[in-house]
Write a protein that binds this ligand. Structure first.
Ligand code: TRP
Length: 451
């Protein structure tokens, strides 16, 4: 097919709706369902929600707009977005931080996505519901400790992602998002409504919406909220830069960015409304940590009326949400390979997918075969997971703020963002230039224990 060899700058989203759907697809992922629910659970529920809202508004949204503006004017890939103006300056390495970061995130993210696919197929076939006699704690731990199965499911998720990304921007990524995103939105709303009908569910609503003011003022909550905003929106790793390089003419960046920020947050809240009421209705612990989705929830599904259908919906949703996020994580390195080599899109996708698979194997095995391997005291999985969330994402975020806010001229970045001459533009510019980088710096300093 000749299309494969067409230079990728000519690729373009079919419409601005296609672009917005794909970016929401990138933002909405395991982070909104699995990570948000346990981070909120551990940080005071409703109190967390308020701090989270401010983090998205003051730090997340400005960086999304910044990335989009850089992508639109760079019009190629992550590396070019920073290096186009000064090819010989150290900025030429900035994009590579993101390219490398995306492959690393993909490597452990795909492991959890693989668990989710395994639970989904188990829920459909019924195997998941037979496991219950021993309880899901044992089921989950046995599965993640297996020397083969998690690697197989990791491979399956990566293969699906490679197939879609190899199909191209419009015919692969956009089509997949147009199909999956409406299904995702529908099933999470159905689950939230169903959850609300369970006796005792009101406690879950209270937990999510009634703020505990003491928790709001704790630094820990703010740090957790900003970290969650970064991961959930998917900023700092040039996803929006890369996707915006294919932007259709007439797409309004500020509007698209606001839609994404609102959509991503709403999705997390509705997911919380699906999960917490059920957790409370069954007297389970809302702060169960990462195990909430894989141990607590299956137990609940088994016990509630129509629970098996709810279980299929939930794990289907989790898998599909992970898949649309993985597409963005793969597209960033693929776009860079495409621009810097003679490889076609299909080969670039396969090669990058293979790298992510090889890197993912140690993460997939880190609960079993490699559980003895410790890097600075953590398992491989946790080391990559925390390293990315605590250092790489903030670093990527600061690079965007500094490049867009300080290196490029104000006129240039303003016009690329589509906010020139507006009061919103001035606010955005100063949030990007000052507020966001200072907040990120405080978070990183707090993480390393310097505060
Ligand atoms: N935002 C996705 C989620 O919530 C994960 C993700 C996709 C991501 N692209 C990213 C995280 C880029 C960090 C950087 O699950």
């Amino acid at each position: 097919m000749s299309e494969n060899r067409a230079p990728s700058p000519r690729e373009q989203w079919g419409s601005s709706t296609g672009f917005v759907l794909a970016t929401i697809g990138s933002a909405v992922g395991i982070g909104n369902i699995w990570r948000f629910s346990y981070v909120a659970g551990e940080n005071g529920g409703g109190a967390f929600l308020i701090v989270y809202g401010f983090s998205v508004l003051l730090v997340g949204l400005p960086i999304v707009i910044g990335e989009m503006a850089l992508g639109r004017r760079g019009a190629a890939d992550a590396v070019a977005a920073f290096a186009r103006d000064m090819p010989r300056s150290p900025w030429r390495y900035a994009g590579w931080v993101a390219v490398l970061g995306c492959v690393l995130i993909l490597s452990f993210y795909a492991v959890v996505a693989g668990w989710s696919l395994k639970y989904f197929t188990g829920a459909v076939s019924g195997a998941l519901w037979k496991a219950a006699s021993e309880g899901y704690g044992g089921y989950y731990r046995e599965f993640i400790a297996d020397p083969l199965a998690p690697v197989g499911w990791l491979f399956a998720m990566l293969a699906l992602t490679v197939i879609i990304v190899a199909g191209g921007i419009r015919r692969g990524i956009e089509v997949a998002n147009r199909i999956l995103m409406p299904l995702l939105a529908l099933s999470i709303v159905v689950l939230a409504i169903y959850s609300a009908t369970l006796p005792g569910s009101a406690k879950g609503w209270e937990f999510l919406f009634l703020p505990d003011w003491n928790a709001v003022l704790k630094g820990r909550v703010i740090v957790a909220a900003i970290g969650q905003a970064f991961f959930s929106l998917g900023i700092g790793m040039a996803v929006f830069i890369t996707y915006s390089a294919y932007i259709a003419p007439g797409t309004r960046i500020p509007r698209a960015a606001a839609t994404i920020a609102i959509g991503d947050t709403l999705f997390a809240v509705v997911a919380g409304l699906a999960i917490f009421p059920a957790v409370f209705a069954f007297g389970m612990n809302p702060a169960a940590g990462p195990e909430l989705a894989f141990i607590t929830l299956p137990q609940i599904f088994l016990a509630m009326p129509y629970g098996r259908i709810a279980g299929i919906m939930f794990f289907g949703l989790l898998t599909a949400a992970a898949l649309t996020s993985m597409m963005s994580l793969l597209e960033v390195p693929v776009a860079s390979v495409l621009h810097r080599s003679r490889l076609g899109r299909r080969l670039a996708a396969i090669l990058t997918g293979c790298v992510a698979f090889v890197l993912g194997i140690p993460s997939a095995l880190s609960f079993g075969l490699l559980s003895g391997v410790r890097i600075t005291g953590s398992s491989v999985f946790d080391f990559v997971n925390h390293g990315v969330s605590n250092y790489l994402l903030p670093l990527g975020g600061i690079l965007v703020c500094v490049y867009a806010g300080w290196v490029l001229s104000r006129t240039e970045i303003m016009s690329a963002s589509g906010l020139s001459g507006t009061a919103a533009g001035v606010t955005w510019y100063w949030l990007l230039r000052l507020v966001a980088p200072v907040m990120i710096l405080l978070v990183v300093l707090d993480t390393v224990g310097a505060l």
